[in-house]
Design a protein around this ligand. Structure first.
Ligand SMILES: [Zn+2]
Length: 648
């Protein structure tokens, strides 16, 4: 989902306040309220599955809803097919708001069944025990005025004086308007949605529109979806929609329909805008495999909310900007086909959708540019020194959907993985993740993505995820360089913005541009103070840090140590011999530069020895060093110098 503009934020904070209070009568003792809130939070903490509903597999739901956009009200009949996964199954449980009233519960068409309904939990007592694995069903007939939680799980409004009604259940709001199993473990394998509404209106929903039947002054719209779907991705929207379609060409396959339900007064604007989705889907099809619901459709339904929500096969959007279309479309792969397996892993939905939007600019779509988009994300993420992509508090809807951390830092985490692994391994790993039998059309956690990227690249990413997923903050770099003849020396220091990470291991790109050459060197930075060298064809006139914006970093500086290099007259008095050396290196220093900080590096920039020299005549025992090339860096208050050393 994508929240847009201040208006949406305002709406969000208002509804968030309502969230905590919705179930509570006005007059209650403080202790009672505190206990209720605590219980509610316990239910959400680390929410994946609830012990209340985790003893059965939800197989199919048929929802029949009567709604009129003129009324904030729902009447429904929901039939659920289920198969017990544990012994002793004598009741089937659902998440359903206590503010809705149960009218009747039927078993095989007869009833009523007994039930308990309190604390947003509905326990339906079965007439007999159902054995493990046996498919059975119940029908719940209910109605009422739904509460609205989260971002506004059930909403009504008007456009151009016409009434509109919509739902948006993410993350915890499905139970506000229908009985289901609201978890992140068990998708509903398939659904049929029937919406009955006054004949002046159309109803949008998931999957394919099977029929549209006029009955008196009502119309019944039957939508059918034959792919597994998470409860929070089921949705309906009803108003006097105008309808048009576009088609995405598919090589060696049927074109994919992009079906649009839009407000009549907005028809022109949307008809001009939706080609953006055709272009973005063509790009995503190439990069991440064919649109996951190609045998049904993709679509948009306009609704009265500032942002967008990626309801499976039918995104709801307030506006039609390229960025919103690109973001919500991306969710059909990342969020809908593979859904985050806990709200702590929400970045698997939102980080990907944000990054894919950025990639449309990389490929020349939309009006933004790739560097500009990256710069904006880096500036946003590094605007504060702390914060992890991992959601530490899943009771907070505002933290789960933090645009700085779950969206933008999640996107940059992917960008840096791509930089570290290279395009081939990165894209292969992600396609394998999307297609993995245990993940496709199911749920994934961060460790699953890590596994498939490690498999594709052969690299261990434990440290990367420790630093960039669980850890907080970002690095700042100081690149200092100097030149001796044709050799350029580069020392890279790093500080971090938050104590949870003491060092970010990253390949660090630095561009060197001079007369007749322009080269970007990538230094494998494994500790602060690491020294590198390479041969340059001339004198660099411009040295730039991370010119293509691969790193999420800030306050980086580049200095040329020649500015603080030793004066020529002092440099001539520095001597190191013999060179090559076998057992002992003698170092002579002028008195004027003492004390000197001396560091010995090997050819890979590993710091082997560090000492403070206070004398003019010195001997360093090098018997333990393997034969090879080394360099000795000398830092003093008068300036710095690096000496090449060869061990025989
Ligand atoms: Zn999103």
């Amino acid at each position: 989902m994508k929240k847009i503009l201040l208006l949406a934020l305002l709406f969000w904070s208002v509804s968030f306040i309502a969230y905590g209070q919705a179930d509570e009568p006005v007059c209650k003792g403080v202790e009672e309220i505190a206990a209720m809130e605590q219980a509610a939070h316990e239910g959400l903490l680390d929410f994946r599955s609830s012990p209340f509903t985790d003893n059965y597999d939800i197989i199919y739901q048929r929802m029949e809803w009567n709604v009129d956009p003129n009324q904030y009200y729902i009447q429904g009949t929901v039939t659920t097919y289920f198969a017990p996964t544990r012994d002793g199954f004598t009741a089937v449980n659902f998440d359903l708001s206590s503010l809705l009233q149960i009218d009747n519960i039927l078993y095989h068409g007869a009833g009523p069944l007994n039930y308990n309904h309190s604390g947003d939990r509905l326990e339906v007592i079965l007439p007999e025990m159902v054995p493990v694995g046996q498919i059975d069903s119940v029908t719940i007939i209910y109605g009422g005025v739904p509460p609205t939680t989260g971002f506004g799980s059930f909403g009504t409004g008007t456009h151009n004086n016409s009434p509109a009604l919509w739902t948006l259940s993410e993350p915890y709001g499905a139970k506000d308007w229908w009985p289901t199993k609201q978890d992140l473990v068990d998708k509903i394998d398939s659904i049929d949605v029937y919406v009955r509404t006054p004949a002046a209106y159309r109803a949008a929903s998931n999957g394919v529109l099977v029929s549209e039947v006029l009955n008196g002054d009502k119309k019944e719209y039957h939508w059918q979806h034959r792919h597994p779907i998470a409860a929070y991705l089921v949705a309906i929207a009803v108003t006097d929609y105008a309808v048009f379609s576009e088609y995405v060409p598919v090589e060696n396959g049927n074109p994919i329909e992009v079906l649009n339900y839009v407000y009549p007064e907005s028809l022109n604007s949307w008809q001009n805008a939706i080609h953006s989705t055709v272009e973005s889907m063509t790009l995503y099809n190439q990069l991440f495999g064919l649109y996951p619901f190609a045998n049904e459709k993709y679509g948009h339904a306009q609704f009265g909310w500032g942002g967008g929500m990626e309801h499976q096969t039918m995104t709801f959007m307030g506006g039609n900007s390229h960025s919103l279309q690109a973001h919500e479309l991306a969710h059909q792969w990342f969020g809908d086909k593979v859904t985050c397996g806990s709200w702590a892993d929400i970045w698997l939905n939102e980080g990907f959708a944000t990054y894919l939007e950025g990639m449309t600019y990389e490929h020349g779509l939309g009006t933004n540019t790739w560097p500009n988009w990256l710069r904006g994300k880096i500036d946003q993420v590094t605007g504060q020194p702390d914060g992890s992509v991992f959601v530490t508090d899943t009771t907070s809807v505002s933290r789960i959907f933090s645009s700085r951390l779950s969206y933008s830092k999640g996107a940059l985490l992917l960008h840096m993985l791509r930089w570290k692994l290279g395009d081939a391994a990165f894209f292969q790993g992600i396609r394998n993740y999307l297609d993995a039998p245990e993940l496709a059309y199911g749920y994934a956690k961060t460790a699953d993505l890590q596994y498939y990227l490690e498999q594709a690249s052969g690299k261990d990413l434990t440290e990367f995820f420790d630093d960039w997923f669980y850890g907080q903050g970002f690095p700042s770099y100081h690149v200092n360089w100097w030149q001796v003849d044709n050799t350029i020396w580069v020392q890279i220091d790093q500080t971090t913005s938050h104590a949870s990470v003491d060092f970010f291991e990253m390949p660090v790109p630095v561009e060197f541009r001079g007369v007749g050459f322009d080269t970007t060197m990538v230094f494998d930075h494994t500790y602060s103070g690491q020294l590198f060298s390479f041969q340059a064809p001339g004198v660099p006139l411009l040295v730039g840090f991370d010119p293509e914006l691969w790193l999420c970093s800030k306050n980086n500086i580049v200095t040329n140590s020649e500015i603080v290099g030793l004066a020529e007259v002092l440099k001539e008095q520095v001597k190191a011999w013999p060179n090559p050396a076998r057992e002992q290196l003698n170092i002579q220093l002028p008195d004027a530069i003492l004390p000197v900080q001396a560091v010995l590096f090997d050819a890979w920039g590993q710091r082997l020895l560090e000492t403070t020299i206070r004398n003019t005549q010195n001997e360093i025992d090098i018997r333990s060093l393997p034969a090879g090339y080394y360099y000795l860096k000398l830092d003093s208050a008068e300036g710095s110098l690096a000496l090449p050393v060869v061990k025989e």
